[in-house]
Design a protein around this ligand. Structure first.
Ligand code: SF4
Ligand code: SF4
Length: 290
């Protein structure tokens, strides 16, 4: 069965509002390569999606275990750092994908993550941190498209969802794929990189999905005591207490306040830089609190 949105609202991302002029000297030079690459990736994903929906498959194709091993290996070779598998949850699909224009997804999802550079994020909210976000959008976008091409070359149908924008709430899908937990600032926190990764997804018309590695991971108690992201957010955009919505999703951020500052700084990232899980490994923090 094809999956469609049940009405979850997405925040409109206005690309024209990013202050690209804040990138000076070598950052401007880097940006002149990164930004076109990012848009090229978005355009390819849109073209491939249009081709996919011309002739939608009805039956889900049975995949042997080897397919998932091959996908894991190919993902690694493309520079993808994190991978997890979960059925697509329609409650997490947005009504509008303003960037990718994706309205339909297949039943199953492969969630992908790529680490952002530690030193660049340490400069947040200054331009090197913002440019790092754009770099990972470009790199992960390209890798996601290439992995989807690989899956199609194996005879399976796939829809690549670009990391910028996207048709589905990636962090919540990553939790379903056992990749980590959501922190107070609404970001996925993983054992490997804390909140320092960007996410994308490939929807695949194949199953059954492989089992994810199950690891105990619990950060909500830590967040209750920490609150650094809430205290350091320059525009007080992180809610003191998360709000659980009727459809089961959780609102943690005043996205209007966050987006204005995000545009102004071309990527802010203060709530990544201030999070202890960015600086110190999960195990160390976990044992420190008990
Ligand atoms: S990205 Fe910046 S403005 Fe947005 S919630 Fe995080 S710290 Fe606040
Ligand atoms: S900064 Fe603290 S409260 Fe915020 S997500 Fe990280 S651990 Fe949780």
């Amino acid at each position: 069965m094809i999956k469609k949105s049940k009405g979850l609202k997405a925040k409109f991302i206005d690309n024209t509002k990013f202050k690209i002029s804040s990138f000076q000297e070598h950052l401007a030079e880097d940006a002149s390569k990164i930004i076109p690459k990012m848009f090229k990736g978005i355009q390819k994903a849109r073209r491939d999606y249009k081709n996919e929906i011309k002739d939608l498959p009805q039956e889900i194709k049975t995949a042997p275990e080897e397919l998932w091993d091959e996908i894991n290996q190919m993902a690694k070779s493309l520079g993808i750092d994190l991978i997890g598998f979960a059925p697509i949850d329609e409650n997490l699909i947005f009504e509008n994908d303003y960037i990718g224009a994706i309205e339909l997804l297949y039943e199953n999802g492969i969630v992908l993550g790529m680490e952002m550079d530690y030193d660049a994020i340490n400069t947040a909210p200054n331009p090197p941190a913002g440019l790092e976000s754009l770099r990972i959008y470009a790199e992960l976008g390209e890798a996601t498209n290439q992995l989807a091409d690989f899956i199609r070359s194996k005879g399976y149908r796939a829809i690549a969802c670009h990391p910028l924008g996207g048709p589905i709430l990636y962090p919540a899908m990553a939790v379903k794929a056992n990749m980590g937990e959501i922190g107070s600032q609404g970001l996925l926190i993983t054992k490997k990189f804390g909140p320092r990764q960007r996410l994308s997804l490939i929807s695949i018309k194949a199953g059954p999905l492989p089992e994810n590695k199950h690891e105990e991971f619990e950060i909500s108690k830590f967040c209750e005591k920490c609150r650094r992201c809430i205290n350091f957010c320059p525009v007080n955009a992180i809610l003191d207490e998360p709000v659980v919505n009727e459809n089961g999703t959780v609102t943690r951020i005043d996205s209007k306040k966050c987006f204005e500052y995000f545009y102004e700084t071309t990527g802010c990232s203060v709530c990544i830089e201030k999070c202890p899980f960015h600086k110190v490994g999960y195990q160390v923090l976990f044992y420190r609190q008990i």
